[in-house]
Design a binder for this molecule. Sequence first.
Ligand code: PXP
Length: 239
Amino acid sequence: MPDLGVNIDHVATIRQARRTVEPDPVWAAVLAELGGADGITVHLREDRRHIQDRDLRLLKQTVQVKLNLEMAAEESIVAIALDVRPTQATLVPERREEITTEGGLDVLGNLDRVKRAVETLADGGIDVSLFIDPDARQIEAARELGVHAVELHTGRYAEATAEADRERELDQLIEAGYLVREGGMLLHMGHGLTYRNVRPVAEIPDVSELNIGHSIVARAVMVGFEQAVTEMKALVSLG
Ligand code: PXP
């Protein structure tokens, strides 16, 4: 049974829409832990569009389960990671204009930069994971770098609408997962997983961590909306 890493970035996205103090992703992390999360995941983007440095530092002090920092292999962010020391750093590609992380990290195409980041983080006692597409060449590059884990990008599986396409993408994840485990790395998966599509991925042999964000935050808004309105209605109706 894989661990569930809950990505709380979009709690911060709502806060940043108003540059206010609520909702606080640190509160969300507490609730996620109470709900059974095995890990809390945040992405400190270079443009700080959602998670802020303050969030990461407070999460480091308060999170009792694994703290997984998604980050670009950039010097300034590596320096922050070394200072804060999350349990795990997941290296992801990052483009300012993207809405979310679009594809896996091109380890082969950025070998020197990725290698430097992997070595620096690992020397700092941080477990390093690489977020890559289910591609044999990228998995081999990850193995040569000696990383702790690989997180396979499940986006193509999640986006497939036709059943045959979904089956094909799932098979590709299963095959790539086998290569990851054969290479001696832990197998993680994530991106685009929802309440509807997660089961087949959770059942992939040897997958040890799933990172899920958007769908959980989206559902939280819905399952909590009625109560929030009821509470406000009671306040405005007093007296
Ligand atoms: N894993 C990685 C590496 C990611 O970059 C993201 C998105 O931040 C996720 C998992 C979670 O994706 P989603 O928000 O679609 O569940």
